[in-house]
Every structure is written in structure tokens, then in C-alpha cells.
Write a protein that binds this ligand. Structure first.
Ligand SMILES: Cc1ncc(COP(=O)(O)O)c(C=O)c1O
Length: 492
């Protein structure tokens, strides 16, 4: 190799023709596109008006036989792809949880993609491995996670550590299944928990979904958990794994981590905390109490790709004893053997995940923290929470609506409440109609959930470009649409 970079060039890829200029030119075009996109995304319909199969009709069915200018792909991107996109980056996006992003994260992801390394072992990419370890330790420090989860503490290298995975679903895997093992979570736990348990080999009959109710604001009741685990022991099952959620997807309920850890200790069961969304808030001291008791759990995961200005995919998993993870996931084929791995002084991140190959995800996360710093990141969380509070206050001050569960972070669960003899069924229908009409406008996108048997709208504040004015406009649109629906209900 003569030191020159080799990239595919449509102008004619000769064997050693270096094309860094193509990289420069394509990426300049891509960066211009991204910058323009961020400027204009607010004016695009947040939910596209396309029918299944639309893209096949827009683009040619077979791959081209010959090369084309990069401009052709960019043109088709603009003409065919963008109109079919749901714009998660739109400030009018209030559905699910936000997928927040930032210039630093995009840059980090771009550079990582360009370098395209596959750091399965420390030796396969020392900087990527150490960057990931460092970024995880930094984030643990920002959240004040117990030192036992950190790779390096003031006292030196500990037994804890982490890994950056693609999704929370991967973070929940790691305990191998046997027929008599039982696992537990609240019925509000993300469906991915139940999927992960099936993948890990647990008998579906021993996967417990524990009912929750309004009396605990839909959080897991430790007394109920204890009762069910005892009954399982009586049935000669082995309670093995509990998933507690801090900020459930449906309504942002917070399971009591410390009390659940106490119950788990009776049975020596593993406790995992899924803080996929709300973990980001714990970089602010006022939210850290939600993780109280974390020093007694075995693993914690959270996704900066949800609420910490870091683009997909970036799920951080910390474990208190990394050996319990590497013990089941370690592989040692001849072709990966090297002195560094054998010295035992380095982390080979392939041993903390299901796959072998891995992206350099640590870079974008580190770039976000390095660029914005704790104060700016805290400000980002607090401003979203303040906007959500403003929306919640609006809802509470209008007696056509109710806030269905207390707001813990930046998600408001609300609905048109049944009034003037309106039945629950009619109220549910009215709320569904409200959501569908809002989403059809293209000016707002909200998702729903069912809490306590009621159809509830979820208003999740936090999309990266969101400002108070977007929340205010959405509220005006909600009020106007509700008035129209109410009138129709009365007329009928
Ligand atoms: C609390 C919680 N856990 C897990 C998930 C699933 O995350 P992933 O798509 O990263 O597997 C979500 C997604 O919204 C979530 O909110």
C-alpha cells in the first residue's frame, strides 16, 4: 500500500487510484444536505403521507449496471426518500421518546464511519476500545453511578465496566436460560425485555409480567414481587433475573430500584435497571434519586441516543462485575489471540456483547460530552423538562383534559376526560380520533398508550430542535382539534 486511500470512484475505479477527493466532494454534498435538512425540517410534514410500497414505485427496481454520478443518488434521496420519511428530527415530533442528536454526535459518527474500524479486541483498535471505556466512565461520573460500575475509579481498575451496544434489547441479554429459571418485570416493562428473555432461552411459562396499577403510579410493587418470587420457590423454580425500569416507555413510571434490589437479594437474583430514556436525566442532581439503591443492582443500561444528544445507535450497559458477563460471552479463537488480550490488562469488548464486530460508538458519545460538557447537557435536559411542565400546566388548567399519571421527566400522558355523561368508551374513541386528526395535519406527531385500560395520548418533549413555541403551537392545535371533536360528539 502506498499510503493513499482507495475509495470506489464512479469515474472509474482503477486498482490503486486514490479518491480522497471523492470523499471530500460527496461529504461536502452530504453535509450541505444535512445542514439544509435541519434548517427546513420544521416545515416538512412530520408524518409522511405515503402508502406501503411507495418507495418501490419511486425508485428503479433493479440495481444499475453502470456507475452514476453521486448527484443522482442525492437527487433520488431528495425526491423519493425524504418525502417518505417520518421526521424524528422535526421540532413537531412528540411521539414515542425523542431521538436527540447534536452536531458533535453527527460528526463523531461520521468520522467513526469513515475510519470504519472493527474493534472487537483491544488490539484490533486500542483507541476505540479505550475511548469506549473512558466515555462510559465519564457518563457514569456524570450520572453519579456507583463507583462499582466503573472501569477505572480513583482506586484503580475495578471489577465493573461497560460496553456500548446498539439497543437496550441487547443490554438485557446476558443471562443464559435453563428450564427452571424464572424472570420478573412489571407489566409496564418494555416488550423488549420479554423478547430478550425468550432469546436467552427462558421458558415463556416462567417469564413473569407483574401487574401494576394506579395505586403505585404503574410502578412495580416490591411486596407483590416478593410474593410471586416466593410462590415460584415453592414451585421449585429458581428466581434468577429482575428487570426494573426507571422511566417506563408507556408512562414513565419509575420502579423502586432499592426496594427491588432488597427483594432480589433474598433470592440472590440478578437485578438489571433499564433506564433507556430517563437515565439521561440522571446527569442532573435533581433526578438522581430515581436511581437510589443502584449500588445494590447488577447492571444498568441507558441510551444516550434517546435523550443525550447522541445519534443512534448508542446504548450504554454497565455491569458491577464484568466477569459475570465475559464469563458467558467470551470467545477465544486462535485468529484473535494476541499478547494484549492474554496479558489480562485490557478489555476486549467483543466479550461483553453478543456479536464480534463492533462500531466505534464511543467516539460520538465522547465528542458529545467533550464538546458540550456537563453544564450544557444538564441545561438540555432541564429545558425539555421545563417545556413538558409548561404543557402539563396547560393541560391541567383546561377542564376538558386530564393528566393521567404524574409527570416524572419530559413525557406528559393526558387525555380528553369523560364529561357530561360521556362514557369511557366514547372518551377513548374521542382520544383516538384526536391523535389521528393531529397526526394527519403533519404539524404534530403524537403516539398513544393504554394506561389502566384508558386510551392515553403521550406528549414527549425533547426533539433536538424543539423550542417553547413548538410546544405552544402543538397545544393550540390540540385545543382546536378537541373543540371540533367535542362539537361532533354533541351533534351526534
Ligand atoms: C424503557 C425502555 N426500554 C427499552 C426500550 C427499547 O429500546 P431499544 O429499541 O434500544 O431496544 C425502550 C424504547 O423506547 C424504552 O423506552
Amino acid at each position: 500500500m502506498d499510503g493513499a486511500l482507495r475509495f470506489v470512484s464512479p469515474a472509474g475505479w482503477t486498482e490503486k487510484k486514490p479518491c480522497p477527493e471523492d470523499v471530500r466532494s460527496y461529504l461536502h454534498k452530504a453535509v450541505d444536505f444535512i445542514s439544509d435538512y435541519y434548517k427546513s425540517v420544521e416545515s416538512l410534514p412530520v408524518l409522511p403521507d405515503v402508502k406501503p410500497g411507495y418507495l418501490q414505485r419511486e425508485l428503479q427496481a433493479a440495481p444499475p449496471a453502470s456507475s452514476a454520478s453521486f448527484d443522482v443518488a442525492m437527487k433520488e434521496l431528495r425526491a423519493a426518500v425524504v418525502p417518505g420519511m417520518t421526521h424524528w428530527a422535526s421540532p413537531n415530533f412528540f411521539a414515542f421518546f425523542p431521538s436527540t442528536n447534536s452536531a458533535a454526535a453527527i460528526a463523531g459518527d461520521l468520522i467513526a464511519s469513515a475510519m470504519n474500524t472493527v474493534g472487537f479486541t483491544w488490539q484490533a483498535n486500542p483507541a476505540a476500545t479505550e475511548m469506549e471505556v473512558l466515555a462510559l466512565d465519564w457518563l457514569a461520573l456524570l450520572q453519579r453511578l456507583p463507583a462499582s460500575f466503573m472501569n477505572r475509579t480513583a482506586a484503580g481498575r475495578g471489577t465493573g465496566g461497560g460496553v456500548i451496544l446498539g439497543t437496550t434489547s441487547e443490554a438485557m441479554l446476558g443471562v443464559s436460560g435453563l428450564p427452571r429459571l424464572a424472570v420478573y418485570a412489571a407489566d409496564q416493562t418494555h416488550s423488549t425485555f420479554f423478547k430478550a428473555c425468550r432469546l436467552a432461552g427462558f421458558d415463556p411459562a416462567n417469564i413473569r409480567s407483574i401487574p401494576t396499577g394506579a395505586e403505585t403510579d404503574y410502578a412495580l410493587d416490591p411486596a407483590k414481587l416478593l410474593e410471586i418470587m416466593r410462590a415460584d420457590v415453592d414451585a421449585v423454580l429458581v428466581p434468577t433475573y429482575i428487570c426494573a425500569t426507571v422511566g417506563t416507555t408507556s408512562s414513565n413510571a419509575v420502579d423502586p430500584v432499592g426496594a427491588i434490589a432488597d427483594v432480589a437479594a433474598v433470592f440472590n437474583a440478578w437485578v438489571h435497571v433499564d433506564a433507556a430514556y430517563a437515565g439521561s436525566a440522571c446527569i442532573c442532581p435533581e433526578f438522581r434519586h430515581h436511581l437510589a439503591g443502584g449500588e445494590r443492582v447488577d447492571s444498568i443500561s441507558m441510551s444516550p441516543h434517546k435523550w443525550l444528544m447522541t445519534c443512534l445507535d448508542c446504548t450504554c450497559l454497565w455491569v458491577r462485575d464484568t466477569h459475570r458477563l465475559t464469563g458467558s460471552l467470551e470467545t477465544n479463537p486462535e485468529y484473535l489471540k494476541n499478547d494484549a488480550s492474554e496479558s489480562g490488562t485490557v478489555t476486549d469488548l467483543k466479550d461483553m456483547q453478543v456479536g464480534v464486530g463492533r462500531r466505534f460508538r464511543g467516539l460520538k458519545l465522547w465528542m458529545v460530552m467533550r464538546t458540550y460538557g456537563a453544564a450544557k447537557l444538564q441545561e438540555h435536559i432541564r429545558s425539555d423538562v421545563a417545556m413538558a411542565k409548561m404543557f402539563e400546566d396547560n393541560v391541567r388548567s383546561d377542564d376538558r383534559f386530564e393528566v393521567v399519571v404524574p409527570r416524572n421527566f419530559a413525557l406528559v400522558c393526558f387525555r380528553i376526560k369523560p364529561r357530561h355523561g360521556m362514557t369511557e368508551e366514547v372518551a377513548d374513541e374521542a382520544n383516538r380520533e384526536l391523535m389521528e386528526r393531529l397526526n394527519r395535519t403533519g404539524k404534530a406527531y403524537l403516539a398513544h398508550t393504554v394506561v389502566g385500560g384508558k386510551f392515553v395520548l403521550r406528549f414527549a418533549v425533547g426533539s433536538s430542535l424543539q423550542e417553547e413555541r413548538h410546544v405552544r403551537s402543538a397545544w393550540e392545535l390540540i385545543k382546536k382539534t378537541t373543540a371540533e371533536i367535542m362539537e361532533e360528539i354533541v351533534v351526534e
